[in-house]
Design a binder for this molecule. Structure first.
Ligand SMILES: [Zn+2]
Length: 362
């Protein structure tokens, strides 16, 4: 994946190329930014440029076709060391860095990176989800970061940078990656032919907040169906808190029996609610209809407007009421992040939304 395969992230790429052109490539980099925006993809493009047979460290531009480039694309280059979080694990085991008990200091990244390169001009190491280094694995890696072997380059891919240990952070050059702008996200989804339904790509891109990973999840048919049925419930003029809490609990419980899965699914339910009321607010304040796949928002706005007309209320209270609903959802979003039980969080959310909706419009 030469740089031309990377969409977005022009600023960190420009900085890398500028330091290469000036002969000032560092030996340890931390690619920081939200998850799912393409940091790892960029790190692989960087690794490819560092190992390409046709490129040098001055122009840092992989040809994409030489055998080294192909081996990097296939993740099979012998001088590219990849450390991924083992499936289902929350932390990097120390054995990934210094070998397991039987092979202490005779295997693992810290050992292999000190060996002579087999094909290329250097060893390159890529450590994904480096925010999940525990103290023991971080300490093992620290020694290599303090005195990296000549020519070797380490790239740490970090989401949730506040969790990266300061000792590690201080030894890396930091490159910040921003969420992908919606047009770039849409282009990536189109390029990968991941969406047949082009009409709702705009709203998916908005909901995904710059993360390709999130956009892909949102395109999963089951989640799309659930989002639509939640909107259907929210648009009912006779908002039934109990029924909605029951419905949301069902969504969350069928999504996963594991607690972490339930939390993340409850997060989705809350984010969908936020998006619903945000669209309603835009529609009310601009007086325009929301985009194509928010027809339920139109129904909600209409029902609210009819109620206001019957009680002779002006437009202001409608907007204020919608802001209250939106703010309640934002509170739930903070609560779910703060580890409140998903069921409790959703139940009190829908209870409060119902109460807010039943207040008279004046
Ligand atoms: Zn090449």
């Amino acid at each position: 994946m030469p740089w031309s395969d990377v969409l977005g992230h022009s600023e960190p790429i420009r900085r890398l190329k500028a330091s290469a052109a000036a002969g000032r490539l560092g030996q340890a980099y931390a690619f920081l930014g939200p998850s799912g925006i393409g940091k790892r993809h960029c790190a692989l493009a960087f690794a490819q440029a560092l190992l390409c047979e046709q490129s040098d460290d001055h122009d840092l531009d992989a040809c994409g076709v030489c055998s080294a480039c192909q081996q990097v694309t296939a993740r099979q280059h012998p001088d590219l060391l990849l450390v991924d979080l083992p499936p289902g694990k929350a932390e990097h085991p120390v054995s990934a860095f210094i070998g397991d008990k039987d092979e202490r200091r005779r295997a693992g990244l810290c050992y292999e990176i000190a060996l002579h390169p087999l094909l290329g001009r250097r060893k390159v190491a890529l450590i994904d989800e480096a925010e999940s280094l525990n103290e023991e694995s971080a300490n093992a890696l620290l020694k290599t970061l303090e005195e990296p072997p000549a020519g070797a380059i380490l790239i740490l891919v970090v989401s949730g940078q506040e969790r990266l240990l300061p000792t590690i952070r201080s030894r890396c050059q930091l490159l910040t990656f921003q969420p992908l702008p919606a047009p770039v996200l849409i282009e990536l989804l189109r390029r990968n032919q991941e969406s047949q339904a082009a009409e709702d790509l705009d709203s998916i891109a908005t909901l995904a907040e710059g993360s390709l990973e999130t956009a892909r999840q949102l395109l999963e048919p089951e989640l799309r169906r659930q989002r639509q049925s939640l909107y259907e419930q929210l648009s009912q003029p006779r908002f039934d808190s109990l029924q909605l809490a029951e419905f949301a609990r069902g969504l969350v419980e069928t999504a996963s029996s594991a607690r972490a899965g339930q939390r993340s699914h409850a997060g989705w339910v809350i984010r969908f609610c936020i998006e619903f009321y945000r669209q309603a607010l835009l529609s009310l304040s601009r007086g325009t209809a929301p985009p194509g796949d928010f027809s339920q928002v139109t129904r909600f706005v209409q029902a609210l407007t009819d109620r206001a007309r019957n009680s002779a209320a002006a437009e202001g209270p409608l907007i204020d009421r919608t802001v209250d609903l939106l703010e309640r959802c934002l509170l739930a979003d903070r609560q779910i992040d703060a580890n409140i039980a998903p069921a409790v969080c959703l139940e009190s959310l829908f209870d409060d939304l119902g109460k807010t909706l039943r207040l008279p419009l004046v």
